[in-house]
Design a protein around this ligand. Structure first.
Ligand code: BGC
Length: 864
């Protein structure tokens, strides 16, 4: 009998653990969220004292809607909604919420303004967009450092330099937070590539992390108002960042004294113990930090109730501090417009100031409306207004914002250029031809079995693997198209052997001409001894045979007769078919470019090609490079406008271009800003926030990117072997020159520096100088101050950015600029001391310049 009662008691207890009692059945609370009093910490504690374990655990994970925390009605705790991301508000709360919002320029564009005021305006505007919709947490900005240009998310971030990133970040988050929405700085930390982001282990030494990859997080977390932190997907030195005690507990929470909420990236919490290792909230749901898992962890001691209280405290403290627990609080402010003219103004101002003039030979720019009669506009990123939002407004992924259709025209480069050109300039738009259709594959143009042979290529099949090697000469084929019936191969080729299909012959062009290789299904294509990728453009000389071979490998089917694994003949129709064709390069007829006064080419990446989840190539697509070089041959006044979040390969086509503009992703006002810059209504003043490499191989991190498999490990590792000598710090150490250095940006006017004065004060060093506009147009200059320590006991960069100021000057005007360098400007992280240190008595160079390579004035001081 006793045993029976115990069992009943036990099973009731278990039931309660698995299915916690519904709130309604629980006792009325002594206090509700709205009645708590005192500081945010005290209010959080009062609530926690009232909460059941189940209620607490429910606040450790999102509520399964994907972007909300749990509501606890019994205690008056609302759910808190989160919206992506760094380029504006992507997903507003509510079942019928409008998916439209202001599409701001991307993070890299904001950083390229080097304008703390604009960063604050941006953060404020995003905060107000949140309040107009009812968002509590804004999942941005992104503060990862641009270590390699190919990181698919560089556009979201603020470039390569920790100081510039910090200044932009602090201003952004402070202003956003002041609107009552909590900016969430991400992705903490060392998420500097998307390659294998869910598994890769970044290996970086402590100095590198403290000096390069963490400072912007530290600044924003400690000086940016009420802020949340989102962990990244990757591992860092042995642990996922959401389970990284060193990163979250020791550095963020203890060293920096961060009091806010730490959430996981979506699906990036992997173990229940994460909550003990510093994670406060699992998003998007509690797949991992579920009640059952937590209960087990409490039972086995790997998690303590104090850990849970600690995590819940941080969410409730944040809510109390922002006012979200006040009686009658409504996060959504219906008096604020959804389509806000204030946001539009900020988006335009950032776009106008972000564009970097990289090159301007023979004053190609600005275009003079009084002289220019015709301009030709072409390229895939022209984004002529249509029913779809221009794809070059922003980078892709979770940060992609959809603007209101009424802004498509201001986003469209063609519309912006046409508007700025005015009625007296003829704008000739040459759209890109559509990609080649199915018909292109019907015949392999120019192919012959030999110089004097018949049309087509000879197909041979080699059977390998199990069984004797057999070569089956098959037939001459005039097209390469493996659209064979499922489970069958032609000419009686058996399906139960590994096989290599090879088409060979020569290409014979009737006249000298360029051809683009289009292909599906990854065949190996060798022409004139060179392996080509689909998309490559080859030149064929008339009468000269170019040997060609196209090869496909297919593995035998596991079950004979049922087609091939990963091969063909096993159902290649339905998109898996392999085919190859040669087509004339699909660019528009450029003859109008010859007589035009200028050609404007809009090229680069877009939200589909530069996006979250994958890294992107360094070089622009071959067809775009071909378009540029073809246009430059016809017209030296060719202006190339590039969209990307960081550097792309420009060395092959850049020298031929008359002018080049780096346009990042300029958001919904990008078209207007581009038009204004081309015609000189706005003088470009953006400066690069990352180094642009001549070739990716020159990049200091190139040898270690993207990472490698290590024996005995079931995930790849990415050693940051270059340490602090990445980006310009690495170039300077190696004495190498990039294509365009960090901080670089031309103007339609020129600036001259003089009268540098470096004054050593009690705690700060003050650098002052005169900058004079020596040209004929008003313009903005960005004075950059770099510091370098001489003979440091530890190796230090030649120079590091430690101060900057943007100044606007009329022609002939001079302004004195004063930049203050606090002690931190001279410090480095000493791993032996595990602390920052300044070498008193050492000599430091103080350099002022217009880029990290263009130092105009310099001085030396001995730091006291
Ligand atoms: C991204 C985050 C984003 C989250 C929610 C993740 O894939 O890495 O930056 O905030 O999704 O959309």
């Amino acid at each position: 009998m006793k045993l029976k009662i115990t069992l009943i008691v036990l099973s009731v207890a278990c039931l309660q653990l698995i299915c916690p009692r519904p709130a309604a059945a629980q006792a009325a609370p002594a206090i509700k969220a709205q009645d708590t009093q005192g500081t945010p910490d005290e209010r959080a504690d009062q609530l926690i004292a009232e909460m059941t374990l189940a209620e607490k655990v429910s606040l450790l994970g999102g509520d399964r809607s994907g972007f909300n925390t749990h509501t606890i009605e019994r205690l008056g705790i609302p759910g808190f909604w989160m919206s992506d991301g760094p380029q504006g508000v992507r997903n507003a709360p509510g079942p019928n919420a409008s998916r439209h919002a202001c599409a701001f320029p991307c993070g890299a564009a904001l950083a390229a303004t080097w304008d703390a005021g604009l960063a604050a305006a941006y953060g404020k505007a995003v905060g107000l967009e949140d309040r107009a919709r009812g968002t509590h947490f804004q999942l941005g900005p992104g503060l990862n450092i641009c270590r390699v240009p190919v990181n698919g998310r560089n556009f979201e971030y603020f470039g390569e330099d920790p100081f510039l990133t910090s200044v932009i970040a602090v201003n952004w988050v402070k202003a956003c937070s002041a609107q009552g929405s909590v900016p969430t700085i991400k992705h903490f930390a060392a998420n500097n590539q998307e390659w294998n982001r869910n598994s890769v282990e970044v290996q970086a030494d402590e100095r590198t992390l403290q000096e390069i990859y963490l400072p912007a997080f530290k600044k924003a977390a400690t000086e940016g108002g009420i802020v949340a932190v989102m962990c990244s997907y990757n591992r860092l030195n042995g642990f996922y960042t959401s389970a990284n005690d060193w990163l979250l507990n020791q550095v963020l929470k203890n060293q920096w004294g961060f009091k806010g909420l730490v959430m996981s990236d979506w699906g990036a919490s992997h173990a229940t113990t994460d909550v003990a290792r510093g994670l406060d909230l699992e998003m998007p749901n509690s797949a991992n930090l579920s009640f059952a898992n937590i209960q087990n962890a409490l039972n086995n001691g790997s998690v303590k109730e104090a850990d849970i209280n600690h995590a819940v405290h941080r969410l409730l403290r944040t809510a109390a501090a922002q006012g979200w627990l006040e009686a009658g609080w409504t996060q959504k402010q219906t008096n604020l417009p959804l389509d806000s003219p204030e946001s539009d103004k900020v988006a335009l101002a950032v776009a106008e100031n972000a564009i970097v003039l990289l090159k301007n030979d023979h004053h190609t720019l600005p275009l003079d409306r009084a002289k220019v009669k015709t301009i030709v506009v072409a390229g895939p990123n022209v984004s002529a207004t249509g029913s779809n939002a221009p794809a070059n407004m922003g980078g892709g992924g979770s940060g992609a914002v959809e603007t209101f259709p009424s802004h498509y025209a201001s986003a469209s480069y063609l519309d912006g250029i046409t508007k700025s050109a005015g009625p007296n300039v003829k704008v000739v738009y040459l759209p890109m031809p559509p990609p080649p259709g199915d018909a292109a594959y019907a015949m392999l143009t120019n192919a012959r079995t030999s110089a004097h042979g018949e049309a087509g290529l000879t197909l041979t099949v080699n059977l390998t693997g199990d069984g004797p090697a057999v070569q089956i000469p098959l037939a001459v084929q005039t097209a390469i198209n493996t659209n064979w019936p499922a489970g069958q191969l032609p000419f009686g080729v058996p399906t139960n052997r590994d096989a290599t299909f090879t088409w060979t012959g020569v290409l014979m062009a009737p006249q000298d001409s360029d051809w683009q290789i289009v292909a599906g299904g990854n065949p190996v294509i060798v022409i004139n001894g060179r392996t080509n990728a689909p998309g490559d453009i080859i030149h064929l000389q008339s009468g000269k045979p170019s040997p060609v071979s196209v090869q496909l490998r297919a593995q035998a089917s596991a079950a004979a007769g049922r087609g091939r694994r990963g091969g063909f003949g096993g159902g290649f129709g339905g998109g898996r078919q392999i085919r190859v064709a040669l087509v004339p390069p699909q660019i528009p007829d450029l003859s109008a470019a010859r007589s035009a006064d200028a050609v404007v080419l809009c090229v680069g990446l877009n939200r589909n090609t530069e996006s979250e989840g994958a890294d992107r190539p360094f070089d622009l697509p071959v067809l775009q490079q071909y378009l540029i070089t073809s246009a430059c041959k016809l017209n030296p006044h060719t202006i190339v406008i590039n969209n990307s979040g960081a550097g792309v390969g420009m060395s092959t086509w850049g020298p031929a271009a008359g002018a080049m503009l780096q346009a990042w992703y300029l958001g919904q006002e990008g078209g207007n800003a581009i038009g204004e810059v081309l015609f000189g209504d706005v003088n470009p003043s953006g400066h690069l926030c990352s180094t642009f490499d001549k070739k990716f191989e020159d990049n200091p991190a190139f040898p270690y990117y993207p990472g490698k498999a290590e024996s005995g490990m079931n995930y790849p590792v990415e050693p940051y072997t270059e340490g602090i000598f990445y980006g310009y710090r690495g170039y300077d150490k190696a004495g190498k020159k990039p294509l365009f250095p960090f901080g670089f940006g031309l103007s339609y006017t020129t600036f001259k520096y003089s009268h540098l004065k470096v004054a050593t004060g009690e705690s700060n060093v003050t650098v002052s100088l005169d900058t004079e506009n020596t040209g004929k147009r008003a313009g903005a200059d960005v004075v950059q101050v770099y510091v370098g320590e001489q003979n440091c006991p530890l190796s230090r960069p030649v120079r590091e950015l430690k101060g900057f100021q943007r100044v606007t000057l009329n022609p002939g005007e001079t302004k004195r600029v004063e930049i203050s360098l606090p002690r931190a400007s001279f410090a480095y992280y000493d791993p032996a001391k595990q602390d920052w240190t300044v070498d008193s008595g050492k000599t430091f160079t103080i350099e002022a310049g217009q880029s990290e390579q263009d130092i105009k004035l310099s001085d030396r001081i001995v730091y006291r």
